[in-house]
Design a protein around this ligand. Sequence first.
Ligand code: K1U
Ligand code: ZN
Length: 167
Amino acid sequence: MAILEILEFPDPRLRTRAKPVARVDDSVRKLIDDMLETMYEAPGIGLAATQINVHQRIIVVDVSENRDEPHAFINPRLERIGGTIESDEGCLSVPGFYEPVVRAEQIHVKALGRDGRDLEMEASGLLSVCIQHECDHLEGKLFVDYLSNLKRTRIRRKLEKQHRMQA
Ligand code: K1U
Ligand code: ZN
């Protein structure tokens, strides 16, 4: 397994729309295992392939307290069931910033699992929020896009400054 580099906002590669996975083979399973290792090490509760500069429609999540309930979704499709939930969101690609975002409270997810078989799941609360956040990444969308231009610009400038200092 391997820990992969996570792209940071405003890297333009985070704006790439990911392509569907045509076949779930060993290379896809290895990628999922590497994504889970990278997510746990960060630490985070989710990760999309886009964030590690792989533009395939794959996300992983684990919102459990003991960090022992990993989920992988390949080619995920979401249906909104109902309700709205506002919660503070963070992002491993926008480190150090947490802001409130409004999303659907309950969702239905259809995808392929790590074994390549059809998978369906209903999710609510943090799991629902995290899956929606990760699916946004596959569209090239970040949680900062839900914020005001002023807030997004402030975050971008602070991260650009940090990146200059690190270079
Ligand atoms: O997509 C990502 O960058 C991962 C992101 C997911 C997320 C967090 C909060 C709301 C929605 C989606 C993170 O995991 S940020 C880190 C974080 O929230 C966290 C890390 C360790 C323990 C608990 C939370
Ligand atoms: Zn994120």
